[in-house]
Design a protein around this ligand. Structure first.
Ligand code: G3H
Ligand code: 13P
Ligand code: ZN
Length: 316
């Protein structure tokens, strides 16, 4: 089957209390690791591509890799989603490039401006059969191409549930990323993880039946953190969102959970391990292969945390 939008996935996820994993892809090995896990678990899938990924790999290569994944897995619904599109122009380009879902992240703008830009994207995307995710409130963490607020400011930039109805009604977006205390990257909390489940619940109550999205949802798995630190890396203070919190959110109105950092750490950990244990290794297949296997194992585990294993058929 061809690429799908998130419409049926979100309906099934919302009604049945699970979430779809949205995994960031930047190259062939990452994509293959994810796809192998998805095929084994028969889970629906969102592959997401950031502006940085488009610049790094080029859309032609990424699209060709995803086309193979789609062709080889006709029984799995796969959505190709733009992660954090920051302007109308970027979103338009992605709609034109065949994405089936785009995120317009205009959350850095004032409320009215966020609505205006989101609405513009919605009008173009919907006219082309593409769905739109928007963001209200601001996440933490500053990455290469995605700018959030500093960690000290996260609590004051959570989504305001009182703005949710007006935002969704006026913008026409199909799903909403809520700022609930998470941040991008590997350093999400300085001490005990705290998530604002009350914010998620209040937004969910205001928007009955409407799918919510949780960004910054990597867990910074101990296995990979330890390997990285053991084999010459330096991430001692890395901390992610506990997996039971992800499961809890997945049972609420959160239908899409974004994961990138855990993929990066799995890949990095395995490559570091091979280089440390076999200093003479210089065949990329001998370190990218184990990295791909680690990604597959990690995603297999995530799908159970999200509750979407075995749900492919009901999302078709
Ligand atoms: O939301 C951020 C994602 O992890 C993508 O990061 O822009 O470095 O590809 P990136
Ligand atoms: P992580 O950095 O927690 O993996 O979040 C990724 C994300 O939200 C992509 O949009
Ligand atoms: Zn994000």
């Amino acid at each position: 089957m061809a690429l799908v939008t998130t419409e049926k996935m979100f309906k099934a996820a919302y009604n049945n209390g699970y979430a779809i994993g949205a995994f960031n892809v930047n190259n062939m090995e990452i994509t293959q690791g994810i796809i192998e896990a998805i095929a084994e678990k028969k889970a629906p899938l969102i592959l997401q591509i950031s502006r940085g990924a488009r610049q790094y790999a080029s859309m032609g290569y990424l699209r060709a890799i995803i086309d193979v994944a789609v062709a080889e897995n006709p029984d799995i619904p796969i959505c190709m989603h733009l992660d954090h599109g920051d302007t109308f122009e970027v979103c338009k380009q992605c709609v034109d490039d065949g994405f089936t879902s785009v995120m317009i992240d205009a959350s850095r703008h004032r409320f009215e401006e966020n609505i205006k830009i989101t609405k513009q994207v919605v009008e173009y995307a919907h006219a082309h059969g593409v769905v739109v995710e928007a963001e209200l409130g601001q996440l933490g963490g500053i990455e290469e191409d995605v700018v959030g607020v500093s960690h000290d400011d996260i609590a004051s930039h959570l989504t305001d549930p009182n703005q949710a109805i007006e935002f969704v009604e006026k913008s026409g977006c199909d799903s909403l990323a809520v700022a609930c205390g998470t941040s991008h990257g590997a350093y999400k909390f300085k001490s005990a993880p705290t998530l604002a489940f009350d914010v998620i619940q209040k937004v969910a109550d205001k928007l009955a039946g409407f799918p919510l999205v949780m960004h910054g949802s990597s867990s910074v798995l101990k296995e990979f953190k330890d390997l990285i630190n053991k084999y010459g890396g330096k991430m001692p203070d890395a901390m992610g969102v506990p997996e039971d919190a992800i499961t809890k959110a997945s049972k609420m109105a959160v239908c899409k959970v974004n994961i990138d950092t855990d993929l990066r750490m799995a890949m990095t950990a395995k490559i570091r391990q091979v280089f440390a244990e076999k200093p003479g290794e210089f065949d990329p297949r001998k370190y990218l292969g184990p990295a791909r296997d680690a990604i597959k194992a990690m995603v297999l585990h995530k799908l159970d945390i999200l509750g979407c294993s075995g749900k492919a058929a009901e999302c078709l």
